[in-house]
Design a protein around this ligand. Structure first.
Ligand SMILES: [Zn+2]
Length: 258
């Protein structure tokens, strides 16, 4: 924190800004504190006081590009802007910050390009409307994150918990319950075969249970005898598991995540 820095004050919460900033890792996204020439105007700001892009850590630098892109995309969707500017000077306020600005199709020439930083805000600039617009952009940005984080949930559930669980959670109930039930049936049949086959082959002679070595030899022999019969069951289980995971994974992969 740098003393007297207005962006550090916003980051520390000691200076209020409406709507409140959206935190994204090492960065904050919030509206331009004073109204600018365009209503859709956001700042992407590192939380800590740095003054040059070269002072960002590699991790911060790696997160910056995607964040600028997502902010611009959210702003573009909310404003329908013809063009989205991204600019960084940090001359008036030395704390590094990136302007993300929506320029409408009917914006006056004087407000385009560098003019955006020179032109006065329109006389009829309505603060409440501007704040509402920034709130919608921040809301969209926050929603995009949670949507992109949750789109892999079905794959995780079907891959790690139970085939079909992810499809059920994602609302594809018929497929999900079908897969889950089929897996349960195959699992029960597998267990049943395992128990039946083991009992059938279990010797009644107590000599097999006299010491650990004999028990081990017996279980190895039983496993070798039973395994071929259970192979179709295992193949069916693996097939169901792979199908459920692949189906959930492919859907997540194809899902638009803007
Ligand atoms: Zn600062």
């Amino acid at each position: 924190m740098s003393h007297g820095c207005p962006l550090c004050a916003i980051a520390a919460g000691s200076a209020a800004i409406a709507p409140p900033p959206l935190a994204r890792g090492a960065f904050l996204v919030h509206g331009k504190p004073e109204p600018g020439a365009h209503p859709g105007w956001l700042l992407v700001v590192p939380r800590r006081h740095v003054e040059q892009v070269t002072e960002l850590t590699p991790d911060e630098a790696a997160a910056l590009g995607p964040l600028l892109r997502e902010t611009a995309a959210a702003l573009q969707v909310e404003t329908g802007a013809a063009k989205t500017y991204v600019a960084c000077f940090a001359e008036v306020v030395p704390h590094l910050h990136f302007h993300v600005i929506a320029r409408g199709a009917d914006a006056p020439d004087a407000t385009r390009g560098p003019g955006a930083f020179v032109a006065a805000p329109p006389a009829d600039a309505d603060l409440a409307t501007r704040e509402a617009l920034v709130a919608r952009v921040l809301g969209r940005l926050a929603g995009a994150r949670s949507a992109s984080a949750s789109r892999w949930r079905p794959l995780i559930l079907s891959g790690l918990l139970w085939p079909g669980a992810g499809q059920v959670v994602a609302g594809r109930r018929r497929l999900g319950w079908g897969l889950a039930l089929a897996t349960a049936v195959v699992a029960v049949l597998t267990l049943r075969s395992l128990v039946v086959e083991t009992l059938l082959r279990m010797p009644t002679d107590a000599v097999y249970f006299s010491d650990f070595g004999s028990v081990l030899a017996l279980s190895q022999r039983l496993a070798a005898e039973i395994r071929p019969g259970l192979m179709p069951h295992f193949a069916a289980l693996i097939g169901l598991w792979l199908f459920a995971s692949a189906e959930a994974g492919l859907r997540a992969w194809r899902e638009p995540h803007e």
